[in-house]
Design a protein around this ligand. Structure first.
Ligand SMILES: Nc1ncnc2c1ncn2[C@@H]1O[C@H](COP(=O)(O)OP(=O)(O)OP(=O)(O)O)[C@@H](O)[C@H]1O
Ligand SMILES: [Mg+2]
Length: 261
């Protein structure tokens, strides 16, 4: 049964999509069956994972439309034998607005994913940089929340709001969230350590050991619509994503097993 992981942070440009892509890619390369779901109308996850497409006739947006009769398995695209995705494009933003009045609107995604959960080991949700309807759906659906923060001056802005949104949507449920640092640059050690102290005070001990270093390989790969391992097999940053993948697997420890497709 798939473990569902949401990449969350309403702050933009912190590394949600890049991490969703490369974490999916690495877990798939390790033999797990992975489904990536793009919940951001910007569609960046979809563009990269599809190798440059920006419009998708079958699209995650139909899960949020009024009829609610869509068969989710018809929306799944295949990248390789272990890596699958449900894409989106810019039209999702209109559907979200229209969906605000739907009943059980926050449970749409979770209910749909329940039907296909047994076909995957991991389902990775890439969220938009806001607390819109698709984000609240991801919050309801996910078993684990990963929040990238970068080392900018405003890195921690909004983290408290995000945590209270998690609490609000997930009333009473345990909140397995973890923060990890993205775009870590060694020369910025001073700033990094100042942030670490702030981070630790807001999120207690919920900071992952793994962090993703800053590297132009990451931007270049996305620019070429490639995962990092497709773009540069030997990139050192792949080791960072592997360390992140290991912590994710450790979090679920004995409860994951490889699904045969
Ligand atoms: N480790 C890294 N090293 C260098 N550049 C990075 C790294 N991680 C992300 N970036 C770059 O930072 C930018 C933002 O990354 P990304 O799109 O993953 O963030 P996001 O949180 O998904 O943004 P949004 O909130 O707009 O969805 C991209 O141009 C990406 O290439
Ligand atoms: Mg993104």
């Amino acid at each position: 049964m798939a473990k569902i992981i949401a990449l969350l942070n309403q702050k933009g440009g912190v590394g949600k999509t890049t991490t969703a892509i490369n974490l999916s890619d690495i877990l798939a390369a390790q033999g797990f069956r992975v489904l990536g779901v793009d919940l951001d109308p910007q569609g960046n996850f979809s563009k990269v994972i599809s190798g440059g497409e920006s419009r998708f006739e079958s699209n995650v947006m139909s899960l949020f439309s009024r009829e609610n009769s869509e068969d989710i398995s018809k929306l799944i695209f295949k990248k390789n034998s272990n890596l699958f995705y449900i894409p989106t494009d810019i039209r999702l933003s209109r559907v979200i607005e229209a969906g605000l009045t739907l009943s059980f609107r926050e449970h749409r995604l979770s209910n749909h994913l329940d039907k296909i959960k047994n076909q995957f080991d991991f389902i990775i949700l890439d969220c938009p940089p806001n607390l819109s309807l698709t984000t609240t759906n991801a919050i309801v659906a996910a078993d684990l929340f990963l929040m990238p923060v970068n080392s900018g001056v405003f890195a921690l802005d909004g983290l408290e709001d995000l945590l209270s949104a998690l609490n609000e949507v997930n009333q009473g449920k345990d909140l397995p969230y973890y923060v990890f640092r993205n775009e870590v640059a060694k020369p910025n050690k001073k700033i990094n350590s100042a942030i670490d102290e702030d981070l630790l005070s807001i999120v207690n001990d919920r900071v992952l050991r793994a962090s993703i270093r800053r590297s132009e390989d990451v931007g270049q790969a996305s620019f070429m619509y490639m995962t990092l391992s497709e773009y540069k097999k030997g990139s050192v940053v792949i080791n960072d994503y592997k360390a992140l993948a290991k912590e994710v697997k450790d979090f679920f420890c004995n409860t994951i097993s490889i699904t045969k497709g």
